[in-house]
Unconditional design. Structure first.
Length: 135
């Protein structure tokens, strides 16, 4: 992911390719939303693509590039919509790949379902209600 050394990303991909039939390495500008909706998991760093993956039902396995990103990953994990493992420098690439490759299908399905239901299209109404309540 962006902000994480390329060597780390390549090492994760290499480890994944040993245990999974298909792996892709994409740059953020490649437009991920279509691919996310066609796949079960995404492995990378916390960012906008993490939120897109959650909304599409693709379960993100993430590391943070900084403490605030790591905190976001933990918050999403507590919401049961992603799998978060802390700061990238504290997680060996092979271990992150193993987590992703060995996650049980039932857990993936549960996280994907929770993620899809997170976006309900009513956010603007909640914001309007809060603004109205301010007087």
């Amino acid at each position: 992911g962006a902000g994480i050394p390329q060597e780390y990303s390549l090492a994760v991909n290499e480890a994944l390719s040993k245990t999974m039939s298909t792996t892709l390495v994409l740059a953020p500008e490649d437009g991920l939303i279509k691919l996310q909706s066609q796949h079960k998991i995404q492995v990378g760093s916390v960012g906008m693509s993490t939120l897109e993956a959650v909304a599409s039902g693709c379960v993100p396995f993430v590391v943070g590039k900084s403490l605030d990103h790591s905190d976001t990953g933990w918050a999403l994990a507590q919401m049961r919509v992603c799998m978060s493992y802390g700061l990238w420098r504290d997680v060996k690439p092979e271990l992150l790949a193993w987590y992703a490759a060995s996650c049980p299908d039932g857990l993936l399905q549960s996280r994907a379902s929770e993620g899809k239901s997170l976006i309900d299209g009513k956010g603007v109404f909640r914001v309007a209600e809060k603004i109205h309540a301010l007087g």
